[in-house]
Write a protein of this length. Structure first.
Length: 218
């Protein structure tokens, strides 16, 4: 009988020990769980911040105050990219631009001018072309500007260090692409004389000769 009693007590003690060990293991797992969750939360926060820090590069041109290339947040809208370029000019046609469109890397955002402004610009370009032809036909040195003034009073000089891309297009022979290149060139170094326009890709000595009397260095 004593042997059976001892055996029963041993088995009971073994069962109780297993139960206690199981409970302790469960508590340890419960304690480590919040730490694991905390680690995952921290990783998620780091990932979220890294995503927010990403930017894309876009080119903003046309009827904006400061055309150029800008790095903007990856999830921003066109209106934010335009704001980075100084905002719209007075003659900008914002109705023709999707301001809520999301930007993408390498995107060119061009803001057109209003129809009335485009018409006026075309008239000025035609007037300048007529004035330039009249000036080139004279034999008097230095009479180009005078001849242009007599033929059409709309011809005006342009300050090449401060004029917008749209204003630069008033110059004879300067289209949108060449105007943008002038802006990009002066951003890397201001013009100190009309001859500095030769730094602009696409402007040679012949074109400079046509522009010289219509540009001013400010």
């Amino acid at each position: 009988m004593q042997a059976k009693a001892k055996k029963f007590i041993f088995i009971s003690a073994l069962i109780v020990g297993c139960i206690i060990t199981s409970l302790i293991s469960t508590k340890d797992k419960a304690k480590t769980l919040p730490a694991s969750n905390l680690s995952q939360s921290a990783q998620s926060a780091v990932t979220s911040k890294a995503a927010q820090a990403k930017t894309v590069r876009v080119q903003v041109s046309g009827a904006v105050l400061e055309p150029g290339i800008y790095d903007v947040p990856v999830n921003c809208r066109v209106e934010e990219a335009i704001a980075a370029a100084g905002g719209l000019t007075e003659n900008a046609d914002s109705e023709r631009v999707n301001l809520v469109r999301k930007v993408r890397d390498g995107m060119q955002i061009r803001v057109p001018v209003q129809k009335a402004a485009r018409t006026s610009r075309t008239q000025r370009k035609n007037a300048q072309a007529t004035a330039g032809y009249s000036a080139s036909s004279t034999k008097k040195v230095g009479s180009t500007r005078a001849g242009a003034g007599k033929n059409n009073s709309a011809v005006q000089s342009v300050h090449i260090n401060s004029a917008s891309a749209g204003e630069l297009q008033q110059l004879p022979g300067i289209g949108p692409a060449l105007a943008q290149r002038i802006v990009e060139t002066r951003n890397s170094g201001r013009f100190t004389s009309a001859e500095d326009l030769l730094r602009v890709p696409g402007i040679g000595k012949a074109k400079l000769a046509k522009l010289r009397d219509y540009v001013e260095v400010d």
